[in-house]
Each structure stands twice: as structure tokens, then as C-alpha cells.
Design a protein around this ligand. Structure first.
Ligand code: ATP
Ligand code: MG
Length: 497
């Protein structure tokens, strides 16, 4: 009844706030065209000077400390899978990363590329501390200090490839929820709101602030908007280092360019951003500052700047004997993958990983890693007085607040639950009705108890069935991402399903 009369839910679609609608109308009547179709990606700015200026220009409400991350000779291995052992392999360990080294710096956008199965996601997971199994060797430093997962989790963000969001909350609420749980306790509600507004501006989500997220492929936000929301959810935690796993995969050229523009905006605030990327267009590829190219087997074959029109990269590969020159206008991203395939290696009789290890570039990178592995004079190691950003009660309040909206806007689910609860109450009520006066203690009681349990479990499974689709999004557990994430530590890395 309450659900019917109070009209709590709305159709799930992209809702544009009234204020913005008015603004847009005013703009269109004055002949101005909304710059919505603008797909250009703002120019790179890798120098720290520009970054600082960019930072001031954006005027972020919450300051953050820029951090670099270096990794030296990272070897990651797992226990040999049974399937491979059955094929006659005797080794105990399968090495997925064979001693990779590099550095990611503030204000520098790095592309992590390579053929499928090269180990891009594995490397990002190892660096972000998301690997719950396997053996990691090598040094990882954050601003010159050895990486500690508890503190690193507080200054880093990870945008997963699958955009998992609660479908029944709005864009603004999703960000509020993330910010509430992940920003420090000392940030008050007003500042938090201002910061969220800034982030929404940065990732161009302001026109969609009141839109419900919806279910992927069914209603609500488009894939590209969902991707920008994923980035924003991480950004509202004010991280210094952000990992993004394939932010443009599955998007068309225009949508990919919009996402890349927001990624570029993020880098220009002085953050350290690393993206794995597949088959980028020339425009997208050239929006990156640096490239970390891997080959199958978990080895790097080029780590360095791209240069204007990818000049440095092209010069490097064209300098290798036997490598065919790039044709005019050809996409350098496609070309470099084509010339560095295993088939090409066999044809030329070379190993690109070996060539890289003997190059000047490798030596320069090693020197850079060495320099960045020492703390800057006067700098302090990351320290947080508490384990989590927010106390337990605040975490509970945030979860309840969001769950309340999720249930309120999903009347079908809530109504079914109400109905089943009533039915179960009636059934149990009738089963036990007046029992105390009719039965002798210890005789019929155990039988009754068994009956009740059977009834309860059969009904409970039926009760869960109608509500499962909305929290099992494409096989991804809603509980995993949202509920456990905040009941357990909000930054805790959860194993993937
Ligand atoms: N836990 C594991 N056990 C065994 N092999 C694994 C494990 N995790 C990853 N691999 C293997 O390691 C290799 C690298 O995987 P990874 O997901 O990092 O590749 P990728 O470069 O991200 O590929 P894609 O471009 O397809 O995302 C793959 O061959 C994968 O099968
Ligand atoms: Mg991957």
C-alpha cells in the first residue's frame, strides 16, 4: 500500500536534473550548441609544471599527495595448474611475470599494452596488491618507501574491467556512498559533497547526477557512462595512484574518446594513472605519455615515452634489424603489436625482451627506478592512524543508507519479500498454534521441529529466487562488490568470483 501511494520509484532512465535542463534550454535558445559530441582528448601534459597548473586550474577541494610507484624485477608465479601438469610439465611453478621493472609517475599517463595473455592484468593486480594467491618476488616502492598494502590501499584506486554498480541508486548516490566510506573521517559532509561535484565535473557526469544506474544492457546508464561512473567511484576516494583495466574495451570510437578524455582530465590533476588498453585508435594511443609493452610470457619489450606522434616508439622498433618500417598514416599501436609478435620473433630470429634488456632505454629506466626508489629528502612514509577511513558505525550507516535506497526503488523485490514473510509467518503460526496446550513436551515437538525446518528451507530458497537477478549482475555477486566491501574493510581487496 505504502509503495503504491507514496510512488517511491521512477522509471530507470537517464534523468537530467531540472536545473541542467533549464540551462540547456537557455543555451539552445541563445544559439549555443552543447558540447556533448566533443570527442577530442585534451593534450598531454607530462611535465610537473603543467600538472601543478592543471591542479590549480581544477581547484580540487581536497588536496592529495602525488605518489610514484616503482617495481624492480618482479617475478610472479603460481602453483602449476593441474591441467598443465597433465600435459607432461614437471615444474611446480608457472611463472607469469618474469622479472618486470618500471615506474609510474604523477601526472604521467601510462598505457600497459601487449597481446592477450601477456600478463597486463596480472602485473596490475600484483602492483595493486590484489593477488590473493601465488608468489611475488621483487621490490615495489611507493614514493621511495617499500610498499605496504594497508597504507597503499588508502592512496590507490582500481577500476575493474567489469563495471559493477548497484542498479537502484543514482549516479550521485553511488559517488556519495563511495566517498562516505573511503574519504577520511575529518572530511565533513559539505566538503564531501563539493568534492563529489568536482569529480562529477571532471568525468563529465554532472548532467546524469540524478540518473539511476540501472542494469547493464537493460536500462539506465550506457556502457560508456557506466565506465565513467566506475572511474568516478574511484576518484571520489581521492586516490593518488589509479589502475584502470581496459577502460575503453567494448566501447565504440566516440564513447572510447569520451572516456579517454576523462582519464586525461584525471591525469592532469597530478595523479598517477596506469591503463591497460586493447587496440586503441591513433587519437587514443597518442593521448598516452608512456608505454609499457609486454610480450606473451610476462616480459616487457618496450618501456618508455611515446613521443610526439609516437616518434620514440617508432624509432625504437625501426632501429631493430629486420623490422619493417611503419607505413604513412598507419596506427603505431597496431604496427608495434604486429612487428613484435612471436611469429615475427621466430622469423627474425630475435627475442624482443633480450633486445630491450640490452638497450640504452633499459639502462635509463633502471637508473630512473633507482632514483625513484629512494625517498625524497624530507618526505615521510605513508601513515594512517586507523586501519580504515571510517569507524565501524559510520560504515554501517553508509551501508544502511544505500541499501535503503536500493530496496525502496525496487518495489517488486520488496513486495515479494513482504508477501513471503507474511506467508511464512502465517504457516509457522498455524503450525504452532495452541501447541503448548495440546502436546506433551518431548514427544511431538521434535517432529514438529523437523517439519518446520524443512518448510523454512524450501520457502527460503523460493524467497531468494525472485530477488536474485538484481543482485547477481551478469554472474558478478552484488554482495561481493558492495556489501562485503564495506562491512569488511572498505578498501579490502576481494577475491574475484
Ligand atoms: N591464477 C592463474 N593460474 C594460472 N594461470 C594464470 C593465472 N592467472 C593468470 N594466468 C595466465 O597468465 C597469463 C596472463 O594473464 P592476464 O590476465 O594477466 O593477461 P592479459 O595480458 O591481461 O590478457 P587480456 O588482454 O586477455 O586481458 C594468461 O595466459 C593466463 O591464462
Ligand atoms: Mg587483462
Amino acid at each position: 500500500m505504502a509503495l503504491a501511494y507514496l510512488k517511491p520509484f521512477e522509471k530507470i532512465q537517464a534523468v537530467i536534473s531540472e536545473e541542467l535542463e533549464e540551462k540547456e534550454q537557455a543555451e539552445s535558445s541563445s544559439g549555443e550548441v552543447q558540447d556533448d559530441t566533443k570527442t577530442s582528448i585534451s593534450s598531454k601534459s607530462s611535465s610537473m609544471d603543467e600538472v601543478t597548473t592543471g591542479n590549480k586550474k581544477k581547484g580540487m577541494v581536497l588536496p592529495f599527495e602525488p605518489h610514484s610507484i616503482t617495481f624492480d624485477d618482479i617475478i610472479y608465479s603460481v602453483d602449476m595448474p593441474q591441467e598443465i601438469k597433465e600435459q607432461g610439465v614437471n615444474e611446480d611453478k608457472l611463472v607469469l611475470l618474469k622479472g618486470v621493472s618500471g615506474s609510474f609517475r604523477p601526472g604521467v599517463l601510462t598505457a600497459l599494452m601487449g597481446v592477450s595473455g601477456a600478463g597486463k592484468t596480472t602485473l596490475m593486480d600484483v602492483l595493486a596488491g590484489r593477488k590473493t594467491s601465488g608468489y611475488i618476488e621483487g621490490n615495489i616502492t611507493v614514493s621511495g618507501f617499500p610498499k605496504k598494502q594497508e597504507t597503499f590501499a588508502r592512496v590507490s584506486g582500481y577500476c575493474e574491467q567489469n563495471d559493477i554498480h548497484s542498479p537502484h541508486v543514482t549516479v550521485c548516490e553511488s559517488l556519495l556512498y563511495s566517498a562516505w566510506l573511503r574519504l577520511p573521517e575529518k572530511v565533513n559532509a559539505e566538503t564531501r559533497k563539493m568534492f563529489i561535484d568536482e569529480v562529477m565535473d571532471l568525468v563529465e557526469l554532472n548532467p546524469l547526477r540524478q540518473a539511476q544506474v540501472g542494469l547493464p544492457g537493460v536500462n539506465g546508464l550506457s556502457t560508456e557512462q557506466r565506465k565513467r561512473l566506475t572511474i568516478a567511484v574511484e576518484l571520489v576516494a581521492n586516490p593518488s595512484i589509479i589502475f584502470m583495466d581496459e577502460p575503453t574495451s567494448g566501447l565504440d570510437a566516440r564513447a572510447a574518446a569520451i572516456v579517454m578524455r576523462t582519464v586525461r582530465n584525471t591525469v592532469d590533476t597530478g595523479r598517477t594513472v596506469v591503463c591497460t588498453i586493447h587496440q586503441p585508435s591513433i587519437d587514443i594511443f597518442e593521448a598516452f605519455d608512456e608505454l609499457f609493452l609486454m610480450k606473451r610470457g610476462g616480459q616487457e619489450i618496450y618501456v618508455g615515452p611515446l613521443g610526439y606522434h609516437s616518434k620514440h616508439l617508432i624509432d625504437y622498433f625501426e632501429g631493430i634489424q629486420g623490422v619493417s618500417k611503419i607505413k604513412d598514416g598507419y596506427n603505431p599501436a597496431t604496427w608495434m603489436l604486429e612487428v613484435s609478435t612471436t611469429a615475427q620473433e621466430l622469423a627474425l630470429g630475435v627475442d624482443f625482451a633480450d633486445i630491450y634488456k640490452k638497450s640504452e632505454l633499459y639502462k635509463r629506466n633502471k637508473t630512473l627506478i633507482k632514483d625513484l626508489s629512494k625517498p625524497a629528502p624530507g618526505s615521510k612514509e605513508l601513515y594512517f592512524p586507523t586501519q580504515f577511513s571510517q569507524p565501524f558505525l559510520t560504515q554501517c550507516a553508509a551501508c544502511l543508507w544505500k541499501q535503503r535506497w536500493s530496496y525502496w526503488r525496487n518495489p517488486a523485490y520488496t513486495a515479494v519479500r513482504l508477501l513471503f514473510t507474511t506467508v511464512i509467518a502465517l504457516m509457522f503460526g498455524t503450525l504452532f498454534w495452541d501447541l503448548g496446550t495440546k502436546t506433551k513436551k518431548g514427544k511431538i515437538w521434535p517432529m514438529q521441529w523437523v517439519q518446520c525446518m524443512l518448510l523454512f528451507f524450501s520457502l527460503a530458497s523460493k524467497m531468494l529466487h525472485p530477488c536474485s537477478p538484481w543482485w547477481l549482475l551478469k554472474g558478478q555477486s552484488f554482495i561481493e562488490k558492495k556489501l562485503l566491501e564495506c562491512i569488511l574493510p572498505c578498501h579490502m581487496q576481494l577475491p574475484r568470483s
